[in-house]
Design a binder for this molecule. Structure first.
Ligand code: KG4
Ligand code: ZN
Length: 345
């Protein structure tokens, strides 16, 4: 079984090919980061237009890389949500039309299921059931992953997602969009303990998160340190604040993950989504897991942020498991779409 995957939910255009026997055969990706950088965030209309421009070249690139012809493709999986409506519609219409032209099935896939399953692409050690922390720019959620397509939501952010808080705090520190990875780099030269940030919602039971207060705390700290977004100045103070912010986010995520693992009794934790690329998070989680006899798994770094591979792989797993019913000629796109115990059909 060979599946072409198409991702266009936000500011990355991804076209990839995954195969039951050969694994990931192609992963063509174009990031629109440079285009949105001058606006300090994603401009939805520009994102949609750029997906239109990039899909055909990326498709050609993916087919060439996988040495595949259209007749080798059994199905086309596409991100049907959640995401930016215009951007989703571009990918969904493209995928649906291509499938019609090639005479194969089009398969709507949940973007977050792609993030959750992609760590399994490289690791046969990860087995259902496991607990998953999904930390992206749009979501911070804890799931019990009971099996393929069977996800129980354990907790989630009541306001900002962790990645969103990274990006907003980075902006306050005068860092370029997308701020998460830039802030993480700056944090490397920060002095531990120079500033202390709260660990929100860890002093009460439950698995929900709240990160908007951390962003406000960062704003106040930055003002009190005499820094401004326009005139950041004092490199060491900025690095110290970045360090304190990152430590607070990672500690908070870890405290909740500990609780979640106690609740589920699972031995494996999968961390997925863009913030899963954070080095401090990976090191700290690894140390904790080793110490308590748990296993923590991540997708490889280039598959943490949005890509076509995760959509091709999720589509492939659903098809292999007989969970994907043939769809009609309709185009599915949902800006909001909860994952918990959802079906992609
Ligand atoms: O999963 P993703 O590509 O997109 C969504 O589905 O939202 O995640 C993007 C998010 C952004 O907020 C970005 O700043 C954050 O992941 N991110 C990071 C790092 N790399 C990406 N945050 C912290 N440290 C990183 N190294
Ligand atoms: Zn994503």
């Amino acid at each position: 079984m060979r599946v072409l995957g198409i991702e266009t939910s936000c500011d990355e255009t991804g076209v990839a090919i995954a195969d039951s026997e050969h694994g990931l055969m192609a992963n063509a990706l174009f990031s629109q980061v440079a285009e949105h950088a001058e606006y300090g965030g994603v401009v939805p209309e520009l994102a949609s237009r750029d997906h239109v421009r990039k899909l055909v070249p990326l498709l050609k690139e993916a087919l060439a890389e996988a040495r595949s012809k259209p007749e080798d493709i059994d199905a086309i999986a596409y991100t049907a949500g959640p995401g930016l409506m215009g951007a989703l519609l571009v990918g969904a219409s493209f995928a649906r039309s291509l499938a019609y032209g090639w005479g194969c099935n089009a398969l709507p896939v949940h973007h977050l299921e792609g993030h959750l399953l992609v760590p399994l692409l490289d690791s046969s050690d990860i087995q259902f059931p496991f607990t998953a922390l999904l930390v992206s720019g749009g979501h911070t959620q804890l799931f019990a992953v009971n099996g393929l397509g069977d996800y129980t939501l354990l907790g989630e952010s009541l306001d900002d997602a962790a990645g969103e808080a990274f990006d907003k705090t980075a902006k306050l520190l005068g860092l370029a969009y997308p701020g998460g990875p830039v802030l993480a780099k700056l944090a490397d030269s920060g002095r531990p303990g120079a500033y202390k940030f709260p660990r929100p919602m860890t002093d009460r039971p439950g698995l929900d998160f709240s990160f908007s207060g951390l962003k406000t705390h960062a704003r106040t700290t930055i003002q009190q340190a005499g820094l401004t977004e326009q005139q950041p100045g004092n490199e060491q103070a900025r690095a110290d604040i970045a360090h304190a912010f990152q430590a607070a986010v990672v500690d908070t995520l870890q405290i909740k993950c500990k609780r979640a693992m106690q609740q589920t009794g699972h031995k494996q934790l999968v961390v997925a989504g863009g913030v899963g690329a954070n080095r401090q998070l990976r090191e700290q989680f690894q140390e904790w897991a080793n110490g308590v006899g748990l296993e923590v798994a991540y997708p490889r770094i280039d598959l943490c942020t949005d890509n076509g591979a995760m959509i091709a792989y999720a589509g492939l797993r659903r098809l292999d498991a007989g969970l994907a019913e043939p769809t009609d000629l309709g185009i599915q796109a949902r800006a909001r779409w909860p994952l918990a115990n959802s079906s992609s059909n």
